[in-house]
Design a protein around this ligand. Structure first.
Ligand code: ADP
Ligand code: MG
Length: 874
């Protein structure tokens, strides 16, 4: 590693520069361009022109504060999101100090030996030293869509770099096969680097939620301008002096603008990303955060996502000896030529490695596909020395496992060439015309399939093994073009057990309660899939319908729509079948999250509403096509992310409600006082104080709320359902009016009590500040009573609401703030009444929650209809 580190210093990180998305200045300027803020800018200009310098100064200060908070919060949110997304950055398998280790692709240095497998994006320019049917898609560099077969052969020195087949180039993608290469160039020195010195930073798209909220902000802006204009005209018509009316209009505008909204929204999304990351789901695209909240189908792989991917061979069947009990024991006693042939095949046609030390003191750690690791462990249990067998047997050619092929084979030298294959039983049987090596057995594929089916029905993953001695005269064994496997002899079946992952069953149950369907989409055998699906309660019956890839081939899209509506398990599916299933579900209006790991899963991941890639076992291609990466490949993390997605949406609603209802309170109070012929209860500066300084942090604090315990007891939100719905308007109107009435009550009381004008305004403003500090707790749940919410649960909120009141009391006694806000201290008699108002707004909200729990408007309407029916019946 020391050598690698010093080379890293010399050559620099293996990264192409990213263009900056936005400079700090642009980001700061952007704070002023929102329609909400531009209203404040106009208000500032106008107050300045009519020489109300205090108000103008306050507005300017608020604009500055708001921009700063917005800028800082958004930057922080963006940086934390970037940092989290970087967790999904590409990694590479590298040989260092004799260990095969995974490192960040950015840490590669010239001289590193890198392993390539299908689905890998080549991390640097490599000189290939070993290839097995390595095909690379170089369209990124050449625009050519056909893949290039790579080899290690020397090439003519005068060839263009991109024509050299013994090089693999940074950024290109391995579409199948395996390879090993030595890094020759990194970063800017690579072919890709010479084309593009920097990769364009991806535009961060605005999320649908942000887009919707922007539209909402426009509506608010127009409403504000309209209502201020009306108020101004009405006031002047009623005989108020134009200048005072103008101030009122400005106050009105200031009162309604929910300045905090954009920032709170950004914060809510960023917090969602963070919470998901802490639950092992890394978000790669921000819109995914909210789409997750409305996800109603999760299509999941079986192996490794629903199951632990820790396999153990527990059953073996051979044509001559029949079923051999293997069980879960450490030492397996197998004798006879047939079992030996099975074991030899699974050892030689195998890319995995168990942890061991080689003769040259190189430590190899366990690595490889868990299926193949299990097969090696099985061989060890039967007493085979895996390393010795491999050392003593020369490999002449090999075809590594690809999901698409569902099989793997090698040609080895055993006193002549022998082909050994393993794979899905149906696939292997297609290539066989005999079975058994002990003595003659009649070849009957149905017998083998029935045995495989029996093992699969126990939930086992089944592989068949087969072999054939090649005749070098007929089968020309060329390492670059392995012979077509045919005429094989089936030697046996191996069944392995893969237990469900811990917590998956509970998670699936919770999904059900939350109205989320879980669908299994697997490459494994139908009976295996059904058995596991049954165990995990994805299906309820032992004979639940399972649709296979073959059946999908013969169904058209409209028939498929009917199938996906009722079938929960899809087996033996290829990636393009997965794509069709996703499309069919979407056509039925479902919001679909789907998992994938292989090279060919890209299209399905892209098409899904949420593409979920596996962080551990997934390929680069799958990761890059995904919206979300699971660091532990666990189904539980998907469900957790869906839950957090709902929390984000809930929190956005809470913030919106709080901002709308407090805006409504001030606007109702102002308009009511105009019509009642009262003086203006709040000067513009006081409203800004309320909106931005005292209660301004509480909206952001709401975004920090943990999820409510019932987030997963509700059906998914419809994707087109907006933030602002009827319930929210009901709540806004009720509490807004209560707050306004309370504030005016104190205002009028102060007038009647003969207090001076500053004290009157002080009483009105203090009422709002204090009552809102209580009201914000109403916002924490739409259904549950305040008493049922854990009031101290959100520390940030607790601090900001207590802080708001403390700050305000301070301001009532400090001369400079008294001057700016044009208020004075409030007598003790007022505080009692303020307490009553605070209590009232809580009670009103509680009453509304209770009333809604009993049916709300719908019930009222029912009653009305029934009463009308009775009346007309008479
Ligand atoms: P999944 O991951 O959904 O279980 P795969 O595509 O990995 O599906 O596997 C499909 C089938 O291919 C398995 O049921 C098994 O019969 C066979 N298979 C899986 N892994 C290997 C392997 N390493 N070598 C040979 N055959 C395999
Ligand atoms: Mg697999």
């Amino acid at each position: 590693p020391r050598e690698a580190r010093s080379r890293l210093e010399v050559h620099g990180a293996n990264e192409l520069e990213r263009e900056r998305r936005q400079t700090a200045w642009q980001a700061l300027l952007a704070q002023f361009t929102s329609p909400l803020i531009s209203i404040l800018v106009v208000a500032f200009v106008v107050t300045f022109l009519i020489a109300e310098y205090t108000d103008a100064a306050v507005i300017a200060a608020v604009l500055a504060i708001n921009a700063t908070i917005g800028f800082v919060q958004e930057r922080r949110a963006e940086q934390s999101v970037d940092a989290l997304m970087a967790l999904a950055a590409p990694r590479s398998m590298v040989l260092r100090d004799g260990h095969l280790v995974e490192v960040d692709a950015a840490e590669l240095v010239p001289g590193d030996v890198v392993e390539l497998a299908s689905g890998t994006r080549v991390p640097a320019d490599l000189r290939l030293v070993r290839t097995t049917t390595l095909d690379i898609d170089e369209s990124l560099l050449t625009g050519e869509s056909a893949t290039v077969r790579k080899s290690t052969d020397p090439v003519a020195a005068d060839l263009l770099a991109v024509d050299r087949v013994n090089l693999a180039f940074m950024g290109t993608v391995v579409s199948s096969g395996r390879g090993t290469g030595v890094v020759v160039e990194t970063a800017a020195g690579t072919q890709l680097g010479s084309i593009a010195q920097s990769i364009r930073a991806q535009e961060r798209p605005t999320t649908p939620l942000q887009a919707r909220m922007t539209r909402f902000a426009h509506v608010v802006a127009v409403a504000v301008l309209g209502s201020t204009a009306v108020a101004f005209v009405a006031g002047v018509a009623l005989g108020a002096p134009a200048e005072e009316m103008f101030l009122t209009a400005v106050a009105l505008a200031v009162a309604v603008v929910p300045e905090g909204l954009p920032v709170a929204l950004t914060v809510a999304l960023a917090l969602g990303v963070r919470r998901m990351a802490s639950r092992r789901a890394i978000i790669r695209s921000l819109p995914a955060v909210e789409t997750l909240g409305s996800t109603d189908v999760i299509g999941s792989d079986k192996t490794g996502t629903l199951t632990a991917n820790r396999m153990t061979v527990v059953a073996v069947w051979t044509p001559c000896a029949g079923h051999l009990a293997v069980g879960d024991v450490d030492v397996v006693d197998l004798s006879g030529p047939e079992p030996t042939a099975v074991v030899r095949t699974v050892v030689l046609s195998n890319e995995a490695d168990l942890a061991h030390e080689t003769d040259e003191d190189v430590v190899v750690e366990e690595h490889g596909d868990p299926t193949e690791v299990a097969l090696l462990e099985f061989a060890v249990r039967t007493g085979v020395d895996v390393a010795a067998v491999r050392r003593d047997t020369a490999v002449l050619a090999e075809v590594p496992f690809e999901s698409r092929l569902r099989l793997a084979y090698v040609v080895v030298d055993e006193d002549g060439a022998v082909l050994r294959a393993k794979g899905a039983p149906e696939r292997i049987l297609e290539l066989c015309d005999a079975m058994g090596v002990d003595h003659e057995v009649v070849f009957d594929p149905d017998v083998v399939l029935a045995e495989a089916e029996r093992m699969a029905a126990d939930g086992l993953r089944v592989l068949a093994t087969a072999q054939r001695r090649l005749d070098t005269e007929v089968d020309d064994v060329d390492p670059h073009a392995p012979p077509r496997a045919r005429g094989l002899v089936l030697t046996g079946l191996v069944g392995m057990h893969d237990p469900p992952r811990r917590g998956v069953l509970e998670s699936i149950r919770r999904c059900r309660r939350a109205g989320i369907r879980v669908v299994m989409i697997t490459g494994d055998h139908a009976a295996t899939a059904r058995a596991i699906a049954r165990e995990l309660e994805i299906v309820d019956a032992d004979d639940a319908r399972v649709v296979t890839g073959v059946e999908l081939e013969s169904t058209d899209d409209s028939a498929l729509e009917a199938i996906v509506a009722e079938v929960d398990v899809f087996a033996r599916v290829a990636p393009d079948h997965k794509l069709r299933v996703v499309r069919a579900l979407q056509a039925a209006g479902r919001v679909v999250a789907v998992t994938g790991d292989g090279v060919n899963d890209g299209p399905a991941l892209k098409a899904a509403d949420i593409g979920v890639a596996m962080g551990r076992s997934g390929t680069d291609v799958a990761r890059e096509a995904s919206d979300m990466v699971l660091t532990d490949d666990d189904f539980v993390s998907i469900a957790a992310a869906v839950e957090e997605g709902r929390v984000v949406f809930d929190n956005v609603r809470k913030v919106t409600y709080f901002l709308l209802s407090t805006g409504a309170a001030s606007i109702v109070a102002i308009i009511a006082s105009i019509f009642a012929g009262l003086p203006l209860p709040y000067v513009p500066a006081a409203l800004l104080w309320l909106n931005v300084v005292t209660n301004g942090l509480q909206d952001v604090a709401l975004a920090f709320d943990q999820g409510e315990p019932d987030v997963l007891d509700r059906p998914p939100r419809r994707r087109d359902e907006g933030v602002v719905n009827r319930v929210l308007w009901e709540r806004t109107a009720l509490t807004g009016v209560t707050l306004a009435a309370g504030s005016l009550w104190l205002f009028v009381w102060a007038i009647d009590a003969g207090l001076d004008a500053a004290q009157q305004r002080g009483a009105a403003l203090t009422t709002l500040v204090v009552a809102m500090a209580f009201h914000v707790y109403n916002a924490r749940s739409e259904r549950r009573s305040i008493v049922a919410t854990h009031v101290a649960g959100n520390r940030f909120l607790l601090v900001s609401s207590l802080g708001a009141v403390a700050l305000h009391v301070g301001a009532l006694y400090w001369q400079p703030t008294r001057d700016v806000l044009q208020v004075a201290d409030v007598p003790a008699a007022a505080w009692l009444r303020i307490g009553v108002v605070a209590l009232a707004v809580v009670l009103v909200s509680e009453g509304h929650k209770w009333w809604r729990s009993r049916g709300g408007v719908a019930r009222l309407r029912d009653r009305f209809v029934r009463a009308a029916g009775r009346l007309s019946g008479r």
